[in-house]
Ligand binder design. Structure first.
Ligand code: ADP
Ligand code: ZN
Ligand code: ZN
Length: 742
């Protein structure tokens, strides 16, 4: 560090969680010796009339402000930075690559509590251990209280005690028995100090004997432990990917290292968590949106302090510090929920790869339907491809069939041929899964007399009928109104619901299949906490004959007794203006197909379509996802679309219908001046949904076959955009590598 003039305190350059590209300078508090200040520390800094959490970026000797303008920070919050130098490098990289303000990127790396300035102390989770008496007693003494006996045995097998989570896995409804054992002085709360995770042995459950493909995958990744490399594990649903993950994890744990496992929100189910807890004896942390802020902070800190060895988390867990990093796994890597769609629009998949490189550890991406980007990276040798072509155990792949419904009468979306198939399946006491990617009763309410259609006044969208609640709802903004009985335009009474939603199909199923149990799974039926888990349990226990739902069904769940799957509205994704749509449709179909016949029963999949000749569908059926992907990549190449080019989408919205376009025209001129390469600047055009929640929306697409050239243009363009922005009420955002163009 440079020698400072005696009377000059060092300048603290910090990032604040505000939507501004600049950093801020403060003076160090006098009592602090400058040597103890390290980048990444959280500080409390005065900001306007309030105080804000500031993230120390660097300690400088000089400032462009006059010394008098510098305010001292109020307090230093952390005695040591919570993030490692590698983590800080990652945040700087992400801020530059996504052209997002550094302070907001820092904020995304911390859990809410720490972001608000809470102390970084790990609240120790309660652990229960046996008393000396409890350790000595023979469980047979509790023969007449089987639950207590079970609990006692579980604890006798775990000398280091059990947390509440672990107890829940070991013994169902353990609390009453725990009270009784406590009263008998056999059990107590452990008051020891937090131990780093040195559980021995690491594994409790027995690993399954791998098939040759699984063994090869495990071997290939384990060969590379301790170095950077990206692996793409491609395996159909049920091919044993999770088993491969667990066996690799076991090896990483054996070297005392930590593992970060990222999953899409919806697939991080208690079943998966339990599978990990049953296999591994080490401490496991979990982080997802259904948990409280406090729980997520505990998960973050227990990894950061090294007391946990495995973190199962969703997108936001990506930045969790790993003092002993060993491996990053990203399951269902194709899932677009890994891309944050607002604010700091990062791709957890892409940043995970960069993180792996910085930490010099392998990154394992898994999917039954890899993204075209990842497949392309595998083809070009950047990623290593590992394949599990067969289902594990003795489950066989389902038969998939296109069902031509042109000129066929449909009964609420169900053709006669499909109806017969469903009956046959139900007669065999097997389960049926019906997939329809639209919730509500019907997407359109139209007047037969005058053609009036129920529209949202705030959006370019029709209102969706929700019949049970007697509401008309917009699925794009929060607005809703009562379901009208007569036409507001001509007062006629021939209002007709057009099209099909899950609620409408649910309504007709009991008439078609009397006496059968029907469960509908979509966002409307699973809002209550625990509702989804409840339904899943009912399904797995066989209390459902027909399961009807939206894409929620396509993700991660195992329905072993389902032998017939039907997609009612295959065509809805076939013709879209967004080039990503074909890929998403193919992934969705293959994922839905993966739900059938997981056990040893043969499954059938039926796709109802009016376009049985469509190349996407025929290739998918004939050659599977791989054939589709090859064809889709050829098309992308011919059209010079990603991954053969790189894109950034600049979105603008405002209350005024004309200003967004005018503004983007200014930006386009500015880009032309700054441009040194050949980046295409396409637009401005109205967004596919030109008005949403009362705001008019336009966009400008920047595209280049050279990533550096695009990045360089964005480097100069993004900081300048605010300077030409005169409208206060106009909002813009930049989306680097957009996963959709909406
Ligand atoms: P995926 O993650 O690819 O969907 P899983 O790892 O969940 O697959 O495996 C699907 C099912 O097959 C699980 O019940 C798992 O225990 C079982 N399984 C995995 N590998 C094997 C194997 N080698 N032999 C027998 N069963 C296996
Ligand atoms: Zn009318
Ligand atoms: Zn709306």
């Amino acid at each position: 560090m440079t020698e400072l003039p005696q009377d000059n305190l060092p300048v603290l350059r910090v990032a604040l969680d505000v939507p501004l590209y600049r950093l801020f300078d403060y003076e160090a508090p006098e009592a602090i010796s400058p040597g103890t200040l390290k980048p990444g520390m959280r500080l409390l800094a005065p900001f306007g009339k309030t105080q804000k959490i500031a993230y120390l970026v660097s300690v400088e000797a000089t400032t462009e402000l006059s010394r008098k303008q510098l305010k001292p920070v109020v307090r230093v919050l952390d005695p040591e930075p919570l993030l490692s130098p590698d983590d800080l490098r990652l945040l700087h990289w992400a801020s530059r690559y996504y052209h997002h303000p550094l302070g907001e990127v820092f904020a995304a790396a911390f859990p809410a509590g720490l972001r608000q300035g809470k102390a970084a102390v790990l609240e120790r989770p309660i652990r229960y251990v046996l008393t000396a008496q409890g350790k000595a007693i023979d469980p047979a003494h509790l023969q007449r209280a089987p639950k207590q006996k079970q609990l006692l045995e579980a604890l006798q097998n775990s000398p280091s005690g059990l947390s509440e989570e672990e107890l829940s896995v070991a013994v169902e409804n353990w609390r009453p028995s725990l009270k009784k054992l406590t009263a008998k002085d056999l059990l107590k709360i452990d008051e020891g100090v937090i131990m780093p995770d040195d559980a021995m042995p690491l594994v409790k459950g027995n690993p399954i004997e791998c098939n040759p493909e699984q063994a090869a995958a495990v071997h290939d990744v384990c060969d590379e432990l301790g170095r950077f490399g990206v692996f793409l594990l491609e395996g159909v649903t049920g091919s044993g990917k999770t088993e491969v993950y667990m066996q690799i994890i076991q090896q990483v744990l054996a070297s005392g290292e930590q593992v970060l496992v990222l999953l899409p929100e919806i697939t991080l189910t208690p079943q998966l968590e339990n599978r990990f807890r049953q296999r591994f004896a080490v401490n496991i942390a979990v982080s997802h949106s259904k948990l409280t802020d406090a729980q997520r902070q505990t998960a973050w800190l227990s990894m950061q302090q090294g007391t946990c060895s495995i973190l199962l988390g969703t997108r936001s867990a990506l930045f969790t510090p790993l003092p002993r990093p060993g491996l990053i796994i990203l399951d269902e890597e194709h899932d677009t929920s890994f891309k944050q769609q607002e604010g700091f629009r990062f791709s957890a998949r892409d940043v995970a790869v960069v993180r792996g490189k910085l930490l010099n550890i392998p990154v394992l991406l898994g999917s039954a339907t890899p993204s075209l980007e990842s497949l392309y990276n595998a083809q070009s040798g950047r990623y290593r491809l590992l394949q599990l072509p067969n289902r594990a155990g003795n489950a066989s792949a389902p038969r998939v069939r296109l069902l031509d419904i042109r000129n066929k009468a449909l009964h609420e979306g169900i053709s006669a041929a499909l109806l017969a198939e469903i009956r046959q399946t139900l007669d065999k006491n097997e389960q049926v899964l019906l997939f329809l990617n639209r919730r509500g009763f019907a997407p359109t309410l139209i007047c037969h007399d005058c053609g009036w259609v129920a529209r949202c006044v705030h959006c370019d969208a029709n209102l969706v009928i929700h019949f049970r609640e007697q509401k008309l709802r917009c699925h794009h903004c929060a607005s809703e109104k009562p379901l009208v009985k007569s036409c507001p335009s001509c007062t006629g009474s021939t209002l007709t619901p057009l099209g099909l939603g899950t609620e409408r199909v649910e309504k007709v199923l009991p008439e078609l299949f009397p006496g059968k149990n029907i469960i509908r799974l979509d966002r409307d039926t699973t809002q209550r906490k625990g509702a989804l888990e409840n339904y899943l349990q009912q399904i797995n226990e066989g209390h459902a004959d027909i399961i009807l739902g939206t894409q929620m069904l396509a993700k991660g769940h195992h329905f072993p007794n389902v032998t017939l799957v039907a997609i009612l509205d295959t065509d809805s994704g076939l013709y879209s203006i967004d080039f990503h749509a074909a890929e998403k449709l193919a992934q969705m179909i293959v994922q839905v197909v993966g739900r059938a016949g997981r056990a040893d029963k043969l499954g059938t999949v039926i796709l109802q379509t009016r376009h049985p000749e469509h190349p996407l569908l025929t290739t998918l059926i004939r050659e599977g996802y791989n054939g589709f992907a090859r064809q889709a990549l050829d098309e992308r190449k011919a059209a010079v679309l990603p991954p053969f080019s790189y894109q950034a989408l600049l979105r603008v919205q405002a209350m005024d219908p004309f200003k967004p376009k005018a503004f983007l025209e200014e930006v386009k001129k500015l880009a032309a001046v700054m441009q040194r390469g050949e980046t295409q600047v396409l637009g401005p055009v109205a967004a596919p949904m030109a008005k949403r929640a009362g705001l008019y929306r336009y966009q400008l697409l920047l595209q280049d076959t050279n990533r550096q050239a695009l990045q360089q243009l964005l480097d100069s363009l993004t900081p300048a955009i605010d300077s030409i922005k005169k409208e206060k009420n106009l909002r813009w955002s930049l989306d680097v590598d957009p996963v959709d163009l909406y």
